[in-house]
Write a protein that binds this ligand. Sequence first.
Ligand SMILES: [Zn+2]
Length: 291
Amino acid sequence: MVKTWSTPVRAEDRGMVLCNNCGSEIFKSALDCGGFMYVRCVSCGLAQMNPQPAGSEVIKRYSQLFGKDYLSYELENEAAYLKLQQLALVDSKFSELEKNLFSQAEVNAPPNVLDVGCATGALLSFLRDRGWRVTGVEISPCAEYARNERNLDVRNLPLKENNFPQDSFDVILASHLIEHLNDPRSFLVESHRILRSGGRVFITTPNISGFQARLTGSGWRSAIFDHLYLFSARTLTKLLESAGFTIERIDTWGGLAAGLAPSWLKKIADFLVKRLGCGDVMIVRAVKTGN
Ligand SMILES: [Zn+2]
């Protein structure tokens, strides 16, 4: 089975971290992936790679080491990823929100969206065509492609370093980003700060409580070195709530990986996990309430 793009860093460039959600230092082992491992916080249940590469190392990996190879990988998969992102937004009732925002907006100030980890900007380009004001954040060389080839406003710095003013955005999207970050909690706190009151965040990430993760254990296709955190609906909810968000809905999809089972069986599994909320990937939609 194909795991996504990933290569480990040297063991000496990794260090032990406290639980990103609750600060605890007491863990039990969760997944031993041979060369790296995930532990689970005893008090809040968050699964995290430990030890894990330092923040500076992670940023260096995406911004420099991955280089042109990473851009080719994204370009090759761009159409497929866009389709998946669109399907996830359909599940999460994005178009109803979009309709509301456009009906309330002034003609010369349509709603605005920030896509963090926007890669080559395919989704931003799609949303711009629908009338949104769009901004992206992307630390890899994909940013340059999005700017030059798509004429998008894509910032080549980690989210916080952009110093966006508070109350800037109606919507923040982050697809397959949060599991790559050293400090997902501070990412959510910053997202909360720059969203308007009533603004929404849509977080898409692999679901460690899903059927596939339970079936495949440490062989799970999302248990890769670039994923520093593996969330369940429960642990991501806790993290979002502690950053000041209220959960609006959680949708999951993906029953069996393609190639792992005959297509008739995959169809049944896909249908069932969606109904039961134990799909392989989830999209969590949350709202900034209060200030
Ligand atoms: Zn914890």
